[in-house]
Design a protein around this ligand. Structure first.
Ligand code: AMP
Length: 189
């Protein structure tokens, strides 16, 4: 069971992905968390990631695709994964399809969380992570609009996209996640 959450910074992907993963009993893979941890431990990937994390720019596609390609071969991912923050570009989305084709397990659903920009800014400023400074926030929005937004159309055309109003409370949003989950879209062939 493979699920992706898509949304701009502050949309609530982490909260929703972790709750759904716990309910389904499969890992929640947040690429932001993975990269921050790698940077903290100063692994080779972490040293590359550190150059991008603080600036609001995306790490190069091949770096994150290699990390995910390796991670999903681990035994805890056999029954599936809830991805949070990946894929974030069209090349990442096509690379994920290729990885999943190798595994013989296609993506089940792509859940997009929609929240107006001012509400995102308020949420991020309240959260106060080190990359939640107003200038970095604007860079991350720019990356989302230019690089991530096109993957919505990619998944829409595949019949996998479900769009969720992310403005409510975490419980309200999760109720929508579950309702889509229980009636997943049919893959168009
Ligand atoms: P997040 O915690 O999802 O907001 O991600 C924090 C930062 O990690 C982003 O601003 C990027 O620099 C990096 N990052 C996370 N996921 C990806 C990804 N799929 N592709 C490239 N960079 C990523």
């Amino acid at each position: 069971m493979l699920i992706v959450f898509i949304g701009p910074p502050g949309a609530g992907k982490g909260t929703q992905a972790s709750r759904l993963a716990a309910e389904l009993g499969i890992p929640h893979l947040s690429t932001g968390d993975i990269l921050r941890e790698a940077a903290r431990q100063q692994t080779p990937v972490g040293q590359i990631a550190a150059k991008y994390l603080g600036s609001g720019q995306l790490v190069p596609d091949q770096v994150i695709v290699d990390v995910i390609g390796e991670r999903i071969t681990e035994s805890d991912c056999e029954q599936g994964v809830v991805f949070d923050g990946f894929p974030r570009t069209l090349p990442q989305a096509t690379a994920l399809d290729a990885l999943l084709e190798q595994r013989g397990t296609p993506l089940k659903i792509a859940l997009s969380l929609d929240v107006p920009e001012q509400m995102l800014i308020d949420r991020l400023m309240a959260r106060g992570r080190s990359d939640d400074q107003i200038e970095t926030i604007h860079k991350r929005f720019e990356s989302f609009d230019q690089l991530t937004h096109p993957i919505l159309e990619y998944y829409r055309q595949k019949g996998l996209l479900r769009e969720i109003d992310g403005t409510g409370t975490p419980d309200d949003v999760y109720a929508q996640v579950l309702s889509h989950w229980k009636t997943p879209p049919q893959v168009l062939s």
